[in-house]
Design a protein around this ligand. Structure first.
Ligand code: MRU
Length: 357
């Protein structure tokens, strides 16, 4: 998708290094950063220079390729693979991508192992781009249906950033929106600010602006009243881990939005590539929920009068804060899942049928 009219993907390999857009600097600065070692990749994931389930999967895949480039020693690569999986525990895409890479390179000692690893990492990213494009084609039908009934602007609420910046391209939740916009359907997006890191305000609104899609940032608590007033036609969000029973683990606050949608008969869709499905964990209580530094809550960052980025404390100095990064929305509150293979019920039957499991 575009930034200042130029097309980008979120990650690519060039001159023996992985290139990423440093998302900690957006929207105020657009900086392309180089990851030269596997440790650089682990750090970029931890400090969220890259974030969003599919993109951290892609970065982890390239992290393994960087490890091979540095030192093609089995023990070293194994340790890197473990550190990558631990770098952010909730999104299943990390483990999925690392396992796929390790399987691909296991037992290969020839000079070709680096090429094999790089090709597989690129394949994982290309596949994600294709899957997200298909999510858009499938989700477009839902938006079209609402538009054909309403014959007026379709108002869509989204939480966090499940946009192209969270994936390789297109995004998951935003892909149907981009496809509808390209088709000429009038869209307006309510963008949840998404405290504490403000991925909605800093990233979703930014990327929608760049694609010239009308959007309005709202405080995270505003969605409820908008739904009561009939100003939301549908909600669409992404997911970091979807259980085989259709429960959805996504950015903290998603659950509250799903409850409000349920109470107001607003359809609540979750968009995902199959790499986000955890076929193993059966109970939502077993999903590792990442708890991040409370400084993300107590401090905010922004531009000062002199256009300098400043970080300031907004809480009482003595207060404690707690920063859980994800919550789980039970399947019963999810209208449907939108995947690269089609749309299905958020249930064991729905997912099994779609993915032939
Ligand atoms: O903490 P983040 O910014 O990595 O969280 C991202 C989300 O919660 C997204 O909604 C999710 O990864 C789906 S991305 C297509």
């Amino acid at each position: 998708m575009r930034i200042e009219g130029k097309d980008y993907r979120t990650i690519w390999f060039e001159n023996n290094a992985v290139k990423i857009i440093d998302q900690t600097k957006l929207p105020h600065q657009f900086i392309i950063k180089e990851l030269k070692t596997a440790k650089d990749a682990i750090n970029a994931i931890k400090i969220m220079e890259v974030r969003g389930a599919p993109l951290i999967g892609g970065t982890a895949a390239y992290g393994i390729a960087l490890a091979v480039q540095e030192n093609n020693d089995q023990e070293f690569i194994k340790k890197i693979s473990e550190d990558l999986i631990q770098s952010r525990p909730t999104a299943i895409n990390l483990k999925w991508a690392v396992d796929r890479m390790m399987k691909k390179i296991s037992g290969i000692n020839s000079d070709q192992v680096l090429d094999i690893a790089l090709n597989e990492a690129k394949e994982i990213c290309d596949e994600d781009e294709k899957f997200c494009e298909n999510i858009g084609i499938n989700g477009l039908k839902i938006i079209e249906e609402i538009y054909n009934k309403k014959k007026d602007t379709v108002n869509i609420l989204t939480h966090c950033n499940a946009g192209w910046l969270a994936t390789i391209n297109w995004g998951t939740a935003t892909s149907p929106i981009y496809h509808a916009h390209k088709k000429g359907i009038p869209i307006h997006v309510w963008v949840d600010e998404t405290r504490p890191r403000n991925q909605g305000a800093n990233l979703t609104s930014y990327e929608l602006n760049e694609e010239e899609i009308p959007n309005t940032i709202i405080a995270d608590n505003t969605g409820g009243i908008l739904m009561q007033r009939g100003e939301v036609d549908m909600c669409i969000v992404g997911t970091d881990r979807t259980l085989s029973n259709g429960d959805v683990c996504n950015k903290i606050g998603t659950y509250l939005k799903a409850l409000a949608a349920h109470d107001n008969n607003v359809p609540f869709y979750v968009a995902l590539p199959s790499s986000t499905i955890d076929w193993d964990i059966k109970n939502a209580k077993d999903i590792p929920i990442e708890e991040r530094n409370s400084e993300e809550l107590s401090h905010v960052e922004g531009l000062d009068k002199n256009n300098q980025i400043k970080k300031v404390l907004i809480y009482p100095k003595k207060s404690k804060a707690m920063n859980l990064a994800f919550d789980v929305t039970p399947a019963k509150y999810v209208t449907n899942l939108i995947t690269e293979k089609g749309i299905c019920e958020a249930s064991t039957e729905g997912l099994k049928k779609l993915f032939n499991k």
